[in-house]
Design a protein around this ligand. Structure first.
Ligand code: GAP
Length: 452
């Protein structure tokens, strides 16, 4: 894996995210819940903008993909068919001395767990690590009022299975013809042994998944290549720096036994984390539909009317984490820089304007001479088109800096000249250039730049 030439900004980002209301630790007042995070007022906007970009590109802009919102709780047999009950496990070792738990393949463990020479990476004791045992990552719960007699159900560890079991429902209700896809965004849960790196690996997260159904006797490999390229282009269009993105092809050891090909899209998170997967593009053959057919006893075949053929389609899957993409966007955007003629530098989130939680800050230069009234009215008008933050307190430079730090691409200032001729200045977050425009053109101008 190529090492990173980008700095590690994670610690600074975690602090900025809390201070400015992007991401908070879950249940913080009780000491926090392990690797579960809450999105604050700015974070929820940022993540929603990312999900909207995905939904627009994958569902709304296409006539060959349908949307779905399947339930989190599913029939327990789904997870037997999918292979998650038997195989969705990680090897776990315990330290008998300090009671800490690790993945058996944790690179920090020296020696072979279960042998006297193995050393615990936490307390440093030798010979205290247990033999590895398999630990299923699915969260179990009970359906029904009486725990003992109720059915065991699982919180879904991926959204994809909701798509497979609805394959024929969607196909028949929409009269789609193969090739076509089904897409959904939703929560998934994994009891990860080694979560961490902020919102990179968490126990509750959101996935954006699309299963594309193709003819097994047709050009399925061409569709696989098509989706690889489409998905990489999507990440670039979000503003992720090209040199921080790459494809990683699964080696034969990494490739699932049923998969015909698999690539990850990796992003360089900087520092020691470096390049990590943010999305998987997988050619899954007919494994999933085939297994659900077998376990449910129901046919999941597509009927190709013109050719009078019935078959179980192959699936090309694209699966991306909403939280992980949010983190990539934040890491990519974070920068500290000096400003000419000023002693204090500035922190900027150079987010793509379409992702920025707030599109415009609106400020009266001073709190007198009719400027606040004009600015408040303008902010109200702009707010009907996009999120706006009105701020009249403190020096204008400080107000600019506060917006830079949360990624607001434009700041509109009402000054003495506004009252005379109805013009305002628009300051660009990245170039710091200020242009003077008529106040009644500001909404259209910013809307145009945000969607560009
Ligand atoms: N249906 C295929 C599937 O779930 P995956 O590689 O296990 O494949 C796909 O997950 C994506 O979901 C990952 O690339 C990542 O972005 C996200 N993801 C997986 N586990 C995660 C976790 N514990 N925390 C945050 N995101 C996660």
């Amino acid at each position: 894996m190529p090492s990173s030439s980008y700095p590690d900004v994670m610690e600074k980002l975690v602090s900025l995210c809390k201070r400015r209301g992007f991401v908070f630790q879950s249940s913080e007042i009780y000491g926090g819940t392990g690797s579960v995070w809450d999105y604050g007022p700015l974070g929820v906007e940022l993540k929603r903008n990312i999900k909207d970009r995905w939904w627009n590109a994958m569902v709304r802009a296409r006539d060959d993909i349908e949307g779905l919102d399947a339930a989190i709780l599913m029939h327990p047999k789904v997870w037997e068919a999918s292979g998650h009950v038997a195989g969705f496990s990680d090897p776990l070792v315990d330290c008998r001395n300090c009671k800490k738990r690790f993945r058996a393949d944790d690179p920090k463990i020296k020696g072979t767990p279960g042998t006297p020479d193995a050393q615990c990476p936490a307390c440093g004791m030798k010979g205290t690590l247990s033999e590895p045992r398999m630990f299923n990552l699915m969260f179990k719960t009970f359906m029904g009022p009486v725990e003992e007699s109720a059915a065991v159900v699982y919180l879904r560890p991926e959204t994809a299975q909701g798509i497979y079991v609805n394959f024929l429902n969607v196909q028949q209700s929409t009269r789609q013809k193969v090739p076509f896809g089904i897409a959904q965004i939703g929560k998934a849960f994994r009891n990860e042994i080694t979560p961490g790196n902020f919102i990179f690996r968490t126990r509750e997260f959101e996935q954006m998944e699309m299963q594309f159904f193709v003819d097994p006797e047709g050009d399925h490999m061409r569709w696989f290549e098509y989706w690889k390229e489409q998905r990489m282009a999507w990440h670039r269009a979000l503003g992720l720096t090209e040199s921080r993105l790459l494809f990683h092809q699964h080696t034969p050891e990494e490739l699932a036994h049923y998969a015909r090909a698999a690539f990850d899209i990796q992003f360089d998170f900087g520092g020691t984390l470096g390049f990590q997967e943010i999305e998987g593009v997988h050619h899954r053959g007919d494994f999933d539909l085939g297994r659900h057919q077998e376990y449910s006893g129901k046919k999941l075949e597509y009927f190709d009317q013109p050719n009078n053929r019935r078959y179980v389609p192959f699936v090309v899957e694209t699966s991306v984490g909403a939280d992980r993409t949010t983190l990539a966007a934040l890491v990519n955007a974070y920068r500290e820089e000096s400003v000419e003629g000023e002693t204090e530098g500035r922190t900027v989130l150079g987010l793509h304007p379409s992702l920025a939680p707030i599109k415009a800050g609106v400020f009266p230069l001073v709190k007198k001479d009719g400027m606040p009234e004009f600015a408040e009215k303008l902010a109200g008008e702009l707010r009907t088109r996009f999120p706006v933050f009105y701020d009249e307190s403190g020096a204008i430079g400080r107000r600019y800096r506060r917006q830079d730090e949360v990624g607001t691409p434009f700041c509109v200032t009402v000054d003495g000249q506004t009252i005379a001729d109805g013009t305002v200045t628009i300051r660009d977050r990245d170039t710091l250039a200020q242009e003077r425009v008529a106040a009644d053109r500001v909404g259209a101008l910013i809307a145009e730049r945000v969607s560009a």
